[in-house]
Write a protein that binds this ligand. Structure first.
Ligand SMILES: NC(=O)c1ccc[n+]([C@@H]2O[C@H](COP(=O)([O-])OP(=O)(O)OC[C@H]3O[C@@H](n4cnc5c(N)ncnc54)[C@H](O)[C@@H]3O)[C@@H](O)[C@H]2O)c1
Length: 339
């Protein structure tokens, strides 16, 4: 059983809190022993604004220890695992600190603000002999994981086309507005679009180059609207777009993938796979919350010593490499940029 603490009980943190409480009740992998947030109101069951439905908002905070000071918690609690759901600029320093204390780390996406920070996180995990995984949750998300299986099985032939979209309302809930400060979160490109960047790399491999158009809509933010073409030697056509300025629309994500012998589409809340005869061959797919599936998977890697083949931290680092190239391209008005 992994004695676990949650660091950061904001929008995403409350989602993890619900899942960690559920996993604690299941009783075979994780025991939530502590949670920490600088804001004491986070432990008062006040409703938190967020763009995703991450589950319950009525928690029994008496079942674990609550702290407003991370160092205080790390000094007092004996921990096997921390789940970090802090603003992105705190991912690297917090991960490194916990690893050096001998604690395994699950850290939310995006891994960090730079490739150098990602390398530091990976090297520290290796030096300390501890496990590290980043919350690139789409690798565990039913529909996206199903497309990965279709590609790997080859049953529809090779993919030649991919289109990925996500976005919606502007995130205005964040701690000290970090999500709309370029140096803290990198805007929609670095924070939200990173999900589709990771998916592109997972499904199609690393692109050779990117060309990105980005638009800063909120002064001081990073790129709030973004569109990227991913360039591959074999000529695949792959594009991903994000826009978090579409206020009033909520949050949405979709994709279309074209194969030699069919296609897979997720749009308007529906997922369908068609073969070359236009027959609907949609496979069964995982409908458990990807946030729960990823946590169980990571816990098993730690407890059973199994290799993390689905979502190793090196892959998350490569995703940040692509994000960095996209940002550079957008800074140069779409210049073709090596990854
Ligand atoms: N996987 C996903 O689908 C997904 C979705 C949304 C957000 N996220 C990620 O989750 C992370 C958090 O995002 P969010 O939207 O929850 O942000 P948020 O601003 O709502 O929450 C951050 C929390 O961290 C707390 N905090 C700040 N500094 C702290 C410190 N030094 N010690 C302890 N607590 C501190 C804040 O008080 C706040 O409660 C980000 O990396 C974000 O990209 C992931």
């Amino acid at each position: 059983m992994l004695r676990t603490a949650l660091i950061g009980v904001g929008g995403m943190g409350r989602g993890h809190l619900a899942n960690l409480i559920q996993l604690t009740k299941e009783g075979d992998r994780i025991k939530l022993v502590a949670a920490c947030d600088v804001d004491p109101e986070r432990f008062e069951n006040k409703k938190v604004d967020f763009n995703l439905d991450v589950g319950g908002d009525d928690y029994d905070f008496s079942k674990f220890n609550c702290y407003t000071d991370m160092d205080d918690m790390l000094a007092k609690e004996k921990l096997d695992l921390v789940v970090i759901a802090l603003p992105t600029y705190l991912h690297c320093p917090t991960t490194v600190k916990c690893l050096k204390l001998g604690i395994n780390v699950f850290c939310e996406k995006p891994m960090a603000l730079s490739v150098e920070e990602c390398d530091l996180m990976i090297n520290t995990a290796k030096e300390c002999g501890k496990h590290l995984m980043i919350g690139q949750c789409l690798r565990f998300w039913g529909e996206y994981a199903a497309v990965k299986q279709i590609i790997d099985s080859g049953r529809l032939g090779k993919p030649h086309y991919g289109y990925f979209w996500r976005g919606g309302d502007t995130p205005k809930w964040s701690f000290e507005n970090w999500l709309l400060r370029r140096e803290c979160g990198g805007g929609a490109l670095h924070d939200q679009h990173v999900h589709d960047v990771d998916t592109v790399a997972y499904l199609f491999g690393m692109p050779k180059q990117v060309t990105t158009l980005g638009r800063t809509v909120y002064p001081s933010s990073g790129y709030d609207s973004v569109s990227t073409q991913y360039i591959y030697d074999d000529g695949k056509v792959v594009n991903a777009q994000d826009d978090w300025t579409l206020n009033g629309t909520g949050f949405a994500m979709e994709f279309r993938v074209g194969f030699e012998k069919g296609c897979a589409v997720m749009a308007n809340g529906k997922f369908n796979v068609y073969d070359e005869n236009q027959k609907d061959i949609t496979p069964e797919f995982n409908t458990e919350s990807a946030y729960v599936t990823e946590m169980k998977y990571f816990a098993d890697c730690i407890l059973k010593g199994t290799k993390n083949t689905i979502n190793p931290p090196e892959a998350s680092r490569d995703t940040i490499r692509i994000v960095a190239a996209e940002t550079k391209s957008a800074d140069n008005r779409g210049k073709l940029t090596d990854v």
